[in-house]
Design a protein around this ligand. Structure first.
Ligand SMILES: C[S@@+](CC[C@H](N)C(=O)[O-])C[C@H]1O[C@@H](n2cnc3c(N)ncnc32)[C@H](O)[C@@H]1O
Length: 257
């Protein structure tokens, strides 16, 4: 079985340009097996052939292994903490700020950031750079239409102010949409841009092996300006922040030393 997964990972690297070796092995293998069986196949070589020739099967595979679960202001208390740090620490230091929302899924995260900036009149240097590995979810993010359960952390006032309701969905308005640009980026494979005052990278490194996660932290550190802030997910606390050149501002928010 291990040899089969080794073959499949090599194949995915060559054909799909994704680095499955970086993901936690057992968890990933379970997911691949489940999605493969749901496509009526029992063998990884057969499955690879099918993914190659059938775009629907390829999409289903990528959708399943990428895990796009997200919502606006995920862990609301942490976003409140982030907003406070933004106002107290970053805004007084930098005239206008550059933000990267990495592994942004359907846009709930970068649009949450855009609403915080809008409400506090904080100037952006460039549009918020929102990136994800998954083309399908990026297309959804660009449309920006959401259902009730994704908006449970947004109060009525902001819902009225930043969304238009039509055809059964809440559409993010153009003012907020214009503050964000969406691009494909793979945290494992692709180069990182530099010069960010804020990087938000939440609920994705939990899927990676320690070596891959550590490499991401090093690259994120490199991509930040000194004094820039790194905001991570609620299960992803960095145990040894100084090793990566970070100072802990709170359990899930770090500053580049
Ligand atoms: C669970 S969602 C997290 C979304 C959002 N950051 C949040 O916290 O709500 C994980 C996202 O990471 C993306 N992802 C997985 N592997 C990735 C990689 N190697 N590079 C970039 N994004 C990746 C998935 O496509 C998915 O949209």
């Amino acid at each position: 079985m291990k040899a089969d997964f080794d073959f499949f990972n090599d194949w995915a690297r060559d054909e799909l340009n994704i680095e499955l070796d970086a993901y936690k092995e057992k968890q990933l293998q379970r997911r691949i097996t489940t999605v493969m069986k749901s496509s009526g196949v029992d063998d990884l070589k057969e499955y690879a052939k099918l993914i190659k020739k059938d775009t629907d099967i390829r999409k289903k595979f990528l959708d399943y292994i990428t895990i796009n679960v997200t919502e606006f202001y995920r862990n609301k208390d942490l976003f409140e903490e982030f907003e406070e740090i933004l106002l107290k620490t970053l805004v007084p230091k930098f005239k206008d700020i550059n933000i990267w929302s990495a592994a942004c899924s359907n846009g709930s995260e970068p649009y949450s950031l855009a609403m915080i900036l809008n409400k506090n009149n904080i100037r952006l240097k460039n549009k918020i750079m929102a990136t994800d590995l998954d083309d399908g979810i990026l297309a959804k993010a660009r449309i920006g239409a959401y259902r009730d359960h994704e908006l449970k952390n947004i109060d009525k006032k902001d819902l009225d102010r930043f969304f238009n309701f039509n055809n059964g969905a809440y559409h993010i308005n153009n003012e907020i949409k214009d503050m964000v640009s969406f691009n494909k980026h793979d945290l494992i494979v692709d180069d990182y841009k530099k010069g960010f005052h804020v990087i938000v990278c939440r609920n994705v490194t939990i899927y990676f092996k320690n070596e891959a996660k550590d490499e991401i932290y090093r690259k994120m550190h490199d991509a930040l300006v000194p004094g820039g802030v790194f905001f991570i997910g609620a299960t992803e606390s960095i145990y040894n922040p100084t090793e990566f050149g970070f100072k802990k501002l709170s359990t899930f928010i770090y500053e580049k030393i």
